[in-house]
Design a protein around this ligand. Structure first.
Ligand code: DON
Length: 313
């Protein structure tokens, strides 16, 4: 294996990644997300694949340094910070951990518990955002931005254009925020929680960043390159469990039978998957399927899981 930034062509992992990349590049199925205008303006054929090991080796195919917005891949990270801020039990009183079987933006709560069903759908994610501690909205966003940066191992920044576009058009998420407020799941200002959620979704990442975030989760919460801790090991376990059952929304069942790894997707076209203790996988390709998951992202993870025998469930 080659060390980071020095991967050896011809190495078996490197070869398989390039084979999977070549195979999936032919797939032009799917549509760009267009409900956020700025996301419809991206290059649809962009494609990169990156694998980072929990001991700090990185393999890539395609341009893994192109920036795009993290979108829903932010949800497990914010959930992790909410768990660190309040503890597992307090957060569990606000957000369940059950698969919803519903689209990510469903305006719904569990009818029995009257809580969002999990932190990966928008209702749960807006609740996680509402739980982030800080003196004011700016400090709360800065804590999130720093937290995500710890996972990536570099300083991440907000994409102002995507944030403005999402904020202009995010009526459905505002409706979810106000529903959460009316059930006292969000106890502060729901518009502030939704605004923080819009901002977290609009943080720019690269495919390499996502692979290192995944490798940090694979490495029990410690970034394999910087050696800095992003999340405590017991909380990593809970985050990965929820990614396993709920990370791919209403396609979670198909995903877990075909790929068998905890994962999270975003409408920016990113997919992040984790083999605990071993590797993080990231794909970026913006054409999405009907669930809002990257078509090539799902295909590439399926192929990598099959070829490298990563399916661990
Ligand atoms: O809530 C939204 O509309 C987006 N900012 C994030 C949604 C998302 O990424 C769904 N994932 N596939």
């Amino acid at each position: 294996m080659g060390r980071i930034e020095d991967t050896s062509p011809g190495n078996v992992v490197d070869r398989i990644i390039h084979e999977v990349y070549t195979l999936c590049r032919e797939n032009r199925a799917g549509e760009l997300a267009d409900y956020i205008p700025e996301l419809a303006a991206v290059e649809p054929d962009e494609f990169s694949l990156c694998v980072a090991t929990s001991d700090g080796y990185v393999y890539r195919a395609g341009n893994a340094d192109t920036e795009f917005t993290i979108q829903s891949i932010s949800k497990p990270l914010t959930y992790g910070l909410a768990l660190a801020d309040h503890g597992v039990d307090a957060v569990a009183r606000k957000i369940d951990v059950e698969p919803s079987g519903e689209p990510f933006n469903e305006i719904s709560l569990d009818p029995v518990t009257e809580r969002p069903r999990n932190p990966m759908i928008n209702a749960g994610a807006i609740t996680s955002a509402s739980l982030i501690q800080g003196a004011d909205p700016a400090e709360r966003f800065e804590r999130l931005r720093r937290c995500y940066s710890l996972y990536a191992g570099r300083d991440l920044e907000l994409n102002q254009d995507v944030y403005a576009s999402e904020s202009r058009t995010g009526h459905r998420n505002r409706a979810i925020g106000h529903m959460l407020r009316s059930f006292d799941i969000v106890s502060g200002d729901p518009d502030e929680a939704v605004d923080l959620y819009f901002r977290q979704c609009s943080i720019n990442v690269t495919c390499r960043d996502l692979a290192l975030m995944a490798a940090t989760l694979a490495n029990n919460g410690v970034n394999p390159l910087t050696r800095e801790r992003a999340l405590a090991p017991d909380l990593v376990e809970r985050v990965l469990s929820v990614m396993t059952s709920c990370g791919m929304y209403d396609a979670a069942g198909d995903w877990i039978t075909q790929v068998g790894l905890p994962a999270k997707s975003g409408v920016g076209g990113g997919v992040l998957a984790v083999l605990p203790g071993q590797i993080g996988i990231a794909v970026h390709s913006p054409r999405l399927d009907s669930h809002g998951n990257s078509v090539r992202g799902v295909q590439a993870c399926r192929e990598l899981s099959r070829t490298l025998e990563l399916h661990f469930m």
